[in-house]
Design a protein around this ligand. Structure first.
Ligand code: 3H9
Length: 708
């Protein structure tokens, strides 16, 4: 067990070193030690300055988030008290910021008198991403030290800023670029300040400089972030806290901050966002596979089969991190086109100033194309991204089996097909798995890794770690139709379409979904993705399952027959003029026609409530999630949450469907499912509660408490 802090004396300077791996999160033990060290230094007459430093790679990851679910976060000494003590210390205190200083870590530095930093250091207040706001003085001290605009931007975006930018803003006082011993440099800096009789700089004696800001700044800021903060509770409270900093003396402002912090902390949103924080860090843990004792395979070279949008996007992930990648396409022209698209993508990023010409050249140099399988014989990983048809995929895997070196991992990017069946085409099923990227593959963070029946543990672990290297969040799924995401959301399409058949308008459904927090409603999403694409995917699914009910697809088939494919043809479930859409009476007529054909009872839109739309389209996702969990397709409920939140637009502030269900209560979900099971024509088929859901309700447990 290490000491939470280290205490050293360097001449007349006491150095307090945060020493709580992995990220120096400011739990009760660290806070207690830090405060005790501060008192010790203050009591030592031979000490005239104090340096606060870190023994790790980063300075401090902030408050211990796991304490927020108990009373420990506010147990004394709490973080606001520690920050106040640093600021009130009679001795000069210097923060030595060697790396990331986030949240409470950044707030510690703001409570010090001066800050010295390494060029790689960054300061950030990411609390808003956890559904809260900086609660240890950050909203009051940052506007005083760095100005209102900077504070608003940092606190509402949660994005950290580099040391150079913080130097320009006056938050960092000294950028140490010499490459020597940083703690010694901080000690020297502190002693220089003492020698120059520099004063302490307490925020208690500072007010926010409002001379250069418009009186409208807060409302302008509200308007500027309205789109990205739609549905979120914390961003508005962040703005109110900074507003308070401008209006109130520090002591009053800190009280207001605390009040707003507590309001945020006690919301379902804060619980949801903190749940996703830990869920994201839990996904890579695979029961039965110990990363310390399982040797992984080295991935030095990658090949992607197929040069379409998906193949190109997948390839970019690897060249972005320096892994040479070949794209294979049997059609030379398509290959050239695909390589050209990748170059254009990078040129676009260059134009936006987010990539240099040298980086672009470096990346393109790592990319090559071929039309010959013999050229990819020596790669360590192949990802097939050809047309979503089983026969074509099988042919590709037969060829890969005959061509690739032993030990190469052979992956399919299928989004729905049976990976066991694909693996069976090869003589090495232990090397076969699914890598299901989401479109656009170079942007979306989610990666479903499909573990087939015979996939070897080391092949699985290799791809999980590789996914992290290319900055994806990997979620392991078992084999079933649609894996975790497409399977869980299948009902979302089905019920939305059924509701239209029964008399709801597409706009009514869109409204309920966007109010729930989805980026767009299902009908708009269908039009954007393309009705033709939806129809083709359904044709493929027929090979995998037998229980399909054709009625809910009837309306889409009718639109497809009229070549109304959605936004791209100007008509789908809506009529489009550019991006503007209008309701189309013809769609309602087609729905009535389809309802008649399938014997579906129609109701007027007024008879279909928002509550019914919400329950019928969202609760079945939870129900299917329960089945996915019970069957062991997902390793834990939080993995399903990550897939839905990162890959399917489930609102982050709801934490994914399983967390949402835990929050509103599983009994409520079960009662609603039973109601629709008993009252709808197809109720028995589509609303039968999952046995796991029934069991958890009976036991009074949540999905989070479920252990397989
Ligand atoms: C706050 O400060 C509130 C205050 O304003 C007011 C209070 C009154 N707490 O991400 P990694 C764990 S709110 C607890 O894989 P990396 C993490 O779960 C806080 N645990 O490493 C993981 O555990 P495990 C504001 C934390 O190098 C391990 O550490 N701060 C915390 O890729 C390694 O994490 C933030 O929002 C924490 N604060 O990235 C920063 N941080 O090994 C949140 C990490 O068991 N943290 N853990 O899975 C991060 O953004 C990243 O973790 C960080 C390191 C960039 C620091």
């Amino acid at each position: 067990m290490t000491n939470a802090t280290l205490y050293q004396i360097h001449g007349r300077t006491a150095v307090i070193i945060l020493n709580q791996p992995p990220v120096n999160s400011l739990g009760l033990a660290l806070r207690t030690h830090l405060l005790a060290d501060l008192k010790r230094a203050e009591a030592d007459e031979s000490v005239d300055a104090i340096v606060l430093a870190s023994s790790g790679k980063l300075f401090c990851g902030g408050a211990d988030i796991s304490e927020f679910s108990s009373d420990d976060a506010l147990a004394e000494p709490n973080l606001p008290q520690v920050c106040d003590a640093l600021e009130a210390s009679p001795k000069l205190v210097v923060a030595a910021v060697n790396g990331l200083a986030l949240g409470g870590g950044c707030e510690l530095t703001l409570a010090c008198d001066y800050r010295i930093a390494l060029p790689a250091a960054k300061l950030g207040l990411p609390e808003v991403n956890l559904g809260i706001l900086p609660g240890a003085g950050g909203t009051q001290r940052l506007p005083r030290i760095g100005g209102v605009q900077l504070a608003l931007e940092m606190i509402t975006s949660g994005r950290p800023l580099g040391a150079a930018a913080m130097l320009d803003a006056g938050v960092i006082d000294n950028l140490y670029q010499d490459g020597g011993n940083f703690i010694q440099a901080a000690v020297d800096f502190a002693q220089e300040l003492v020698a120059q009789h520099k004063p302490k700089r307490s925020c208690f004696e500072m007010s926010v400089d409002t001379s250069n800001i418009s009186s409208e700044i807060f409302n302008e800021f509200r308007a500027a972030i309205a789109r990205r903060s739609r549905g979120y509770y914390a961003p508005e409270r962040c703005i109110q806290a900074v507003e308070a900093a401008c209006e109130l003396p520090l002591a009053e402002g800190l009280k207001r901050e605390h009040q707003l912090f507590m309001e945020c902390l006690d919301t379902p949103q804060a619980r949801a966002q903190q749940h996703l924080f830990f869920a994201e860090r839990g996904v890579a843990k695979i029961p039965g596979i110990n990363p310390k004792t399982t040797a992984t395979r080295e991935i030095r070279k990658v090949a992607v089969i197929g040069s379409g949008t998906m193949g190109g996007g997948i390839a970019m992930n690897f060249i972005n991190v320096g892994i040479p990648t070949q794209i294979l396409d049997l059609n030379g022209e398509a290959l050239e086109r695909g390589l050209g698209v990748i170059r254009k993508n990078y040129e676009y990023t260059l134009k936006k100033g987010k990539l240099s010409q040298a980086q672009l050249d470096e990346r393109m140099a790592l990319l090559s194309g071929t039309t010959d399988y013999a050229d990819i014989a020596d790669v360590d990983l192949v990802i097939e991204a050809v047309f979503e048809k089983m026969e074509i995929k099988k042919q590709v895997f037969k060829t890969l089996d005959a061509t690739c070196k032993p030990g190469a991992i052979l992956a399919t990017n299928t989004s729905t097909l049976d990976v066991d069946e694909i693996a069976a085409e090869t003589s090495r099923p232990q090397d076969v798995l699914g890598l299901h990227f989401f479109s656009p593959a170079n942007v979306m963070r989610l990666l479903e890794i499909v573990r087939a029946n015979k996939t070897a543990p080391d092949a699985l672990l290799t791809t999980v770690q590789l996914a992290q290297r290319i900055k994806k969040v990997p979620v392991v799924s078992g084999v079933c139709w649609g894996f975790i995401g497409n399977r869980a959301t299948d009902s979302y399409l089905r019920e939305s379409m059924s509701l239209i058949l029964e008399g709801a308008s597409p706009a009514q459904i869109d409204k309920v979904h966007t109010e729930f927090g989805m980026p767009m409603g299902l009908p708009s999403m269908v039009d954007l993705a393309g009705i033709d694409v939806g129809i083709l995917t359904r044709e493929d699914r027929k090979a995998f399952t037998t229980d399909l009910d054709p009625s809910h697809f009837a309306i889409l088939h009718k639109l497809y027959a009229k070549q109304r494919y959605g936004q791209k043809t100007g008509r789908g479930l809506y009529i489009y003029e550019g991006r503007d859409k209008q309701e189309d009476p013809e769609v309602l007529e087609l729905a009535a026609e389809a309802a008649k054909e399938f014997g579906v009872t129609r109701r007027s839109p007024e008879q279909i409530s928002d509550q019914e739309i919400l329950e019928r389209t969202i609760y079945p996702i939870i129900n299917e999630g329960a089945r996915i969990l019970e069957e062991g397709i997902a390793l834990r409920a939080s993995d399903i949450d990550i897939v839905l939140a990162y890959g399917f637009g489930f609102p982050i502030f709801r934490g994914g469907p399983m967390q949402y269900a835990d929050e509103i209560g599983l009994e409520r979900v079960l009662t609603a499912l039973n109601k629709y099971r008993d009252t709808l024509d197809k109720g028995e088929l589509w609303f039968k509660p999952a046995p796991l859901l029934e069991r958890l309700v009976k036991e009074g447990k949540t999905f989070a408490q479920y252990q397989a």
